[in-house]
Write a protein that binds this ligand. Structure first.
Ligand code: SF4
Length: 244
């Protein structure tokens, strides 16, 4: 029988290459493929397959929120209007972590909806993504009075929720926005300017530290540095796409 030519030959060649890649991954000990491309994830998000990783992530996020309930683990509960849990796709390949809710976030119960949120939206778009493709949350879920930096007791009380959120999603990359998020995830006291010099890791997930959008609004000269951090995130996401 003659070998197919034209589109048929291309398809056969692609399938053969795919089989070789899968056999290589299998022999390297990979039992199952993790979440797929952004398009596949968007489809999965629209209609989670029962028992899929997306449905498990959704369940785990729901459970975390249930566990939080009307949390009073730290004094920040006293003046809050809303707990700002976080929002976005349970299939997100990119999770942004900020510091804590501000005035608008406390009022609406949603993360990053003020001026800083609008800048974050532009950063997300620069990555070729939409806000609903990513997951956005904060190190503490209740607004510190006067937008002060959360203290170590408040961060310690609230960080288990953050860790549960990230574990539920297991994204390809985490972006820590500002010192509070970076230090909470990395357990360090180092400044963002130092932490952004290389890719870090949180429980095996690449972590890129950059400046908080609110800081960038006050210090626009640092936007070019933040841009470099976005390029780094983009590269990590592309590399993850190439592997799978
Ligand atoms: S900041 Fe976190 S730990 Fe503190 S009361 Fe709010 S949800 Fe609970």
């Amino acid at each position: 029988m003659n070998a197919p030519d034209g589109p048929g030959a291309e398809l056969a060649d692609t399938l053969s290459r795919l089989r070789r890649i899968l056999r290589g991954l299998q022999s390297a000990g990979l039992a199952a493929l993790p979440r797929g491309t952004r398009t596949e994830q968007a489809a999965a998000q629209a209609e989670p397959v029962p028992g899929s990783s997306v449905e498990k992530a959704e369940d785990a996020l729901r459970l975390t929120r249930l566990q939080m309930g009307d949390c009073r683990r730290c004094r920040l509960h006293g003046q809050r209007s809303h707990i700002v849990f976080g929002e976005g796709s349970p299939a997100a390949r990119l999770v942004f972590v900020g510091e804590g809710p501000g005035f608008e976030e406390d009022r609406t119960g949603r993360p990053f909806v003020g001026k800083a949120g609008r800048l974050l939206d532009r950063m997300i778009r620069a990555l070729g993504m939409r806000r609903e493709d990513v997951y956005i949350c904060n190190a503490v879920k209740c607004r510190p009075p006067g937008n002060r930096v959360p203290d170590s007791h408040e961060i310690q009380a609230c960080s288990p929720y953050l860790f549960m959120q990230i574990e539920a999603i297991r994204p390809a990359v985490i972006c820590a926005l500002g010192a509070c998020a970076a230090q909470t995830l990395l357990g360090t006291g180092s400044a963002v300017s130092r932490l952004r010099d290389s890719v870090r890791f949180w429980r095996g997930i690449p972590l890129v530290c950059t400046f908080h959008p609110a800081y960038l609004l006050r210090n626009p000269a640092q936007k070019s540095a933040a841009w470099q951090d976005l390029v780094r995130i983009h590269r990590i996401l592309n590399e993850a796409d190439e592997v799978f």
